[in-house]
Design a protein around this ligand. Structure first.
Ligand code: 5AD
Ligand code: SF4
Length: 461
């Protein structure tokens, strides 16, 4: 088989990061080897995101630059995958005729076959486009054979944390969100496939697993072909029993579906990390209603209180949209108030952006760009301060850190269960490998990370 170079550029979320890994796994079987240099590629895959207009613009701007690459190297194949591919379909090729392949979010698995057809001279069929829907997610073993991890970096090369997709799609239809259109309806993967993949990773030395889905709380519940009695809390318990696994995380949850059983998992499962991303979007009930979020601020605060009751050390992060259509100064003040009440450890905040096909794109009362920018900057300034204060609470404390790799100046870098990045000097002469657990006394806190010194095994901390 001819060896060819593959360059994948990933935009957007962790689901996309994982999908890019799957693309690399699938294409390994067709002789494609990942490279870091786009100029050296025989196949470039852009795995795209469409969540905000800016994300989509980035894709088109990179595609524009790739025209030159194709002129210099006519044999180069250019493929667009992911959410923009799903949303735009054949229009991509109309705007960018140098694109060879367009593959939607549910048809990644067809990439090897589509490339084979182009290799076999089916260029008259260009562009090869497949954005059709699917009703089941094939297992990695079905797709790649007995060693699905062949060609991926080993855990020792930095892969001790892995993401596993447990479901795709979303049925919630928040009024601003393009995901139900780009990722389709919810489909849950079979439990056996998930456990098989987790087990395979753990055997290879992976120590931390994050279970991924747009809406993990409804795992196994809304899928039309699901006849499985396993819901998300049950799945967490099953995954947690995997031998060799030290840490378990998941993302993302919608507060409306956050059950008491799931919250209790934080008290019941010792390897479940005390860290939760719970997107709230707004602190105003009026805006939450217009967003179709189906919970109130009081409901949200109730869940936060319960989470903290089950797990007092839990670190919370959130997503916020400012300047949703119709958001008044008063609504925005309520979002600022929510920030003061919860004091999130960190947050991702965005200016509202119209997305094609969403309900809010048709709302008339849009907020001016400058007002959105001012609100975003006020929110982020306050959050930065709170993150710093939150991080300072750790100074003087001893935390368990999983080593991830070498940092600068002979320092090591790792992560706490609460998801804080920690830098600390590696003791001279010692060799630490990614995945090792060490105890670190924190002596400094920044906005985005902590720093400290490692406790030696024989020291009496
Ligand atoms: N405009 C701005 N932000 C958005 N998000 C989703 N859709 C939009 C939009 N149209 C944000 C939400 C979501 C995160 C992934 O992106 O906060 O939780
Ligand atoms: Fe972007 Fe959403 Fe698609 Fe992820 S699912 S790539 S965030 S649009």
């Amino acid at each position: 088989m001819k060896r060819r170079n593959l360059y994948i550029k990933t935009f957007g979320c962790q689901m996309n990061e994982r999908d890019s890994e799957i693309i690399a796994q699938l294409l390994h079987g067709s002789g494609f080897i990942p490279v870091h240099d786009m100029e050296a590629a025989d196949l470039i895959v852009l795995n795209t995101c469409s969540i905000r207009a800016k994300a989509e613009q980035k894709v088109y701007s990179l595609l524009g630059q790739l025209r030159q690459y194709k002129l210099r190297n006519p044999g180069l194949l250019i493929s667009v995958a992911g959410c923009v591919a799903q949303q735009e379909g054949e229009q991509i090729q109309r705007k960018m005729p140098h694109v060879d392949l367009v593959v939607g979010t549910q048809q990644l698995y067809r990439l090897p076959e589509m490339i084979r057809r182009l290799d076999n001279g089916a260029h008259h069929l260009k562009p090869a486009v497949d954005i059709s829907a699917t009703f089941a997610i094939p297992s990695m073993r079905e797709l790649t054979g007995p060693d699905p991890e062949a060609g991926l970096p080993s855990p020792a090369d930095g892969g001790v944390r892995k993401f596993i997709t447990i479901m795709q799609g979303c049925n919630n239809y928040c009024s601003y969100c393009v995901v139900p259109y780009t990722r389709g309806r919810e489909i849950s993967r079979p439990v056996a496939d998930i456990l098989d993949e987790v087990g395979m990773h753990a055997t290879r030395g992976v120590r931390e697993i994050t279970l991924l889905g747009q809406n993990v709380n409804s795992y196994g519940q809304t899928d039309p072909v699901a006849d499985r009695p396993v819901d998300f809390p049950a799945l967490l318990h099953m995954v947690a029993r995997t031998e060799g696994l030290r840490r378990l995380r998941f993302t993302t949850s919608n507060p409306k579906d956050l059950s008491d059983r799931l919250m209790r998992c934080f008290a019941e499962i010792d390897i479940l990390c005390p860290n939760f991303h719970l997107p709230v979007q707004s602190g105003s009930d009026r805006i939450l209603r217009r967003m179709n979020r189906k919970y109130t601020v009081a409901d949200y605060l109730d869940k936060v209180r319960n989470l903290r009751r089950y797990c007092p050390d839990i670190t919370l992060s959130t997503d916020i949209i400012v300047g949703f259509p119709g958001e008044t100064d008063e609504d925005f003040e309520q979002t600022m108030q929510l920030l003061e009440t919860v004091r999130f450890h960190s947050s991702f905040s965005f200016k509202y952006s119209d997305r094609p096909g969403t309900r809010s794109a048709a709302f008339g009362d849009k907020v001016a760009e400058q007002v959105k920018a001012d609100r975003l900057s006020r929110f982020q300034t306050r959050q930065d301060r709170i993150s710093l204060e939150r991080n300072r609470e750790y100074v003087g404390r001893i935390v368990e850190v999983m080593v991830e790799g070498a940092g600068k100046n002979n320092h090591l870098q790792g992560r706490t269960a609460g998801n804080h990045i920690v830098h600390f000097p590696g003791p001279p002469g010692s060799a630490f490998r990614p995945g090792d657990m060490v105890m670190v006394r924190i002596n400094r806190a920044g906005q985005h990370s902590l720093a400290g010194t490692m406790l030696m095994e024989d020291s009496d901390a």
